[in-house]
Design a binder for this molecule. Structure first.
Ligand code: APR
Length: 248
């Protein structure tokens, strides 16, 4: 189909998507940073994204962690501090409500903010980890967020190796989250992809696994090597609010 809805036709697209959700037995949501920008968290490749001015492999790789800990620490401390006072927006709550109504089964997210869980979603697979929890890269013991921010050494092994539990470039994804997302998407009759450029492997590969319909909600069109049944081009929060009118 690959029908695109935007501007005045968003309303019609939202109505069609609501019917697709009601007709679907298993619906999975896949989100990226575009799901969090309306909570004032920058995305990465959008107009004002992190990677517009910073080379990700310079600051967000295991190489940087090993070779330039002060730079790594500065970048992640800044990203953690940005989260202070950040709250889920209405779109997060609508997705949590759809789960409560039994209309969506799970959310696989690339986001490390924890906002889906904070909005009340239970089945959330954090494919790129969570920035709010800390561990020691040397002894793998849990660390305190305040100790990481203060640049302290690990209190167990005394190494300067505290880091957030996020997946760095060059690291493997968490197996449990990945396998559960893979399993759900394989079973899904509807996969709704929200707020991601689909530029980062292996998450960009996940949608190929579904035998069901694929829908995109994004504020710009994306290139993918698979077909979308419909695309709703616009802000995630606004489109989810429109969708909610036809679900209630
Ligand atoms: N509503 C809808 N779409 C939006 C919104 C919004 N309010 N804000 C931004 N977008 C779109 C952007 O236009 C872009 O297409 O969301 C997409 C976000 O893409 P990226 O910034 O590439 O983020 P993401 O796809 O999640 O990146 C994947 O890359 O750097 C790594 O680990 C990082 O998890 C991240 C991964």
């Amino acid at each position: 189909m690959n029908t695109i809805f935007k501007g005045d036709s968003i309303n019609k697209g939202a109505r069609i998507l609501a019917n697709m959700i009601k007709d679907s037995g298993i619906t999975v949501i896949l989100t990226g940073a575009g799901m969090d920008t309306e909570s004032n968290i920058p995305d990465f490749r959008g107009r004002d994204g992190w990677w517009k001015n910073i080379d990700p492999r310079q600051v967000a790789s295991i190489y940087t962690f090993d070779r330039d800990y002060p730079l790594f620490h500065e970048f992640y401390s800044m990203r953690i501090k940005i989260l202070e006072g950040v709250e889920p927006h209405e779109g997060h709550y609508i997705l949590a409500d759809l789960e409560k109504k039994g209309l969506i089964d799970s959310i696989a997210t690339q986001n490390v903010s924890g906002l889906h869980s904070r909005a009340g979603s239970n089945n959330v697979y954090e494919l790129h980890g969570n920035i709010r929890t800390i561990r020691c890269n040397q002894c793998n013991n849990e660390g305190k967020l305040e100790d990481f921010l203060a640049g302290k050494d690990c209190s167990f092994c005394n190494n300067k190796a505290l880091r957030p539990n996020v997946v760095l470039f060059g690291e493997a994804l968490p197996m449990d989250a990945w396998s559960r997302a893979e399993e759900d998407i394989k079973k899904s009759q509807l996969l709704i992809i929200i707020g991601t450029s689909l530029e980062v492997y292996p998450v960009s590969y996940l949608p190929i696994l579904t035998k069901g319909k694929i829908v995109l909600i994004n504020n710009e069109d994306v290139n993918a090597n698979y077909e979308f049944d419909i695309k709703l081009i616009g802000k995630a929060g606004e489109i989810l609010k429109e969708l909610d009118k036809y679900i209630a």
